[in-house]
Design a protein around this ligand. Sequence first.
Ligand code: TYC
Length: 116
Amino acid sequence: MIESNLSLSNEDTHHDHDSGTVVQESKPELKRPAMYSVVMLNDDYTPMEFVVEVLQTFFSKTPEQATQIMLTVHTKGSAVCATYTKDVAETKAALVNQYARDCQHPLMCEIAPAQD
Ligand code: TYC
């Protein structure tokens, strides 16, 4: 049986008039998803130009934005590249880490719960 859940609260149940079966309505999925940031970490060896290329390629940054983020990582130790849902953040971090490995650079990204 197909029933809309849009006008029902989380606790609502229906008594099916034909069979007497109690139908638990599905919970409306209205909450915004948890968000995670991809955080880039500094190291002593990855060339600055490579970091800028990564930020443009994987995070669609302009050359100016990419340079600013790279310099923040270089001077402060880390910086947020971008914020996504958890699945996307995990995938972006893994893609960057694999690409850096493939290119034999120690550059690393990790993910962290976004600050609101
Ligand atoms: N610290 C590196 C250097 O001096 C540059 C760098 C910047 C490396 C940002 C990693 O995420 C990074 N060549």
